[in-house]
Design a protein around this ligand. Sequence first.
Ligand SMILES: C[C@](O)(CO)[C@H](O)COP(=O)(O)OP(=O)(O)OC[C@H]1O[C@@H](n2ccc(N)nc2=O)[C@H](O)[C@@H]1O
Ligand SMILES: Nc1ncnc2c1ncn2[C@@H]1O[C@H](COP(=O)(O)OP(=O)(O)OP(=O)(O)O)[C@@H](O)[C@H]1O
Length: 288
Amino acid sequence: MTAKVTAFAPAKINLTLHVTGQRTDCYHLLDSLVAFADIGDEIEARAAPQLSLTVSGPMSEGVPSDSRNLMLKAAKLFDPSGTAALSLTKHLPAASGIGGGSSDAAATLRALAELWDLPLSQTEDVLPLGADLPVCLYPAPQRMSGIGEKLERLPALPPCDILLVNPGIEVATSSIFKALTSRDNAPMPDVLPNWHSAKDLANWLHTQRNDLEPPACGLAPEISEVLTALEATNPLIARMSGSGATCFALFPANSAKTDTALDAIQQAHPNWWVKSGAFFSLVENIPG
Ligand SMILES: C[C@](O)(CO)[C@H](O)COP(=O)(O)OP(=O)(O)OC[C@H]1O[C@@H](n2ccc(N)nc2=O)[C@H](O)[C@@H]1O
Ligand SMILES: Nc1ncnc2c1ncn2[C@@H]1O[C@H](COP(=O)(O)OP(=O)(O)OP(=O)(O)O)[C@@H](O)[C@H]1O
């Protein structure tokens, strides 16, 4: 029997996030190009007689380790009588638009499927844990629609350097959706292009949107400050992810500009969370 399983919970990045409508239950319809970064949390699941969770790591302050934690909710949903000692090493800021809790919960499900020797949950089963859960179940580039439950796997994205910046504020997703002025916006084109380079991808992203960015900047002006700081480093593109406050910038792969940008932002804003990395995919090169 397996005694210990580890899993990586990568940051989710909404490269685009189009809000295309609203259901009668008030949840919004989305059309989003989702990627993952090799920046994330670490999860461990060990065989144990009871279900427990410990939380540590540089970004663990304020993250609940009790039944409010999505990891414990995910474990209970997967097998109500299942037991394991779970641990979370938190590197991602919480409530920051990069799906930290959802990615942790999804990684927990991957780890527990192995520890308990059970088939991994299906995307529709995990939706009650959060709209971002399904896309985080198999971290790889995907087109996400519906309220988050409709997923289309995409081919690998071109290699890019990614910079993630969070100004140290938590943003409540529901407040940002509520502040939207227009809920019926155009989706992405039916057929997504094949991007051949980071520049190609960024040029296309410039023709698309994150519809939550204007209301988020209105409610949290620090987000505009982050975007201005990122734009000043001359990236291929800078945009907010999810409902914020984390923003991303893309640079050509292995570019010295990425390190320069990271240093400049860290020096000017020592209290901001700033990380650089690359795209991450658990499943490489799935045909689109
Ligand atoms: C903004 C995104 O991060 C984009 O990937 C997600 O849609 C949000 O995913 P999440 O944080 O897992 O969201 P949930 O925990 O399910 O919902 C939080 C709140 O966001 C709003 N919400 C979320 C998803 C969605 N498609 N429409 C919504 O209106 C609802 O007010 C909901 O009460
Ligand atoms: N494992 C977890 N890590 C971080 N926060 C968690 C976790 N489990 C539950 N939470 C709670 O969930 C709230 C939202 O955190 P989370 O990091 O999932 O938001 P987010 O990154 O904005 O998500 P999304 O991108 O899906 O909108 C936090 O305020 C925190 O109290």
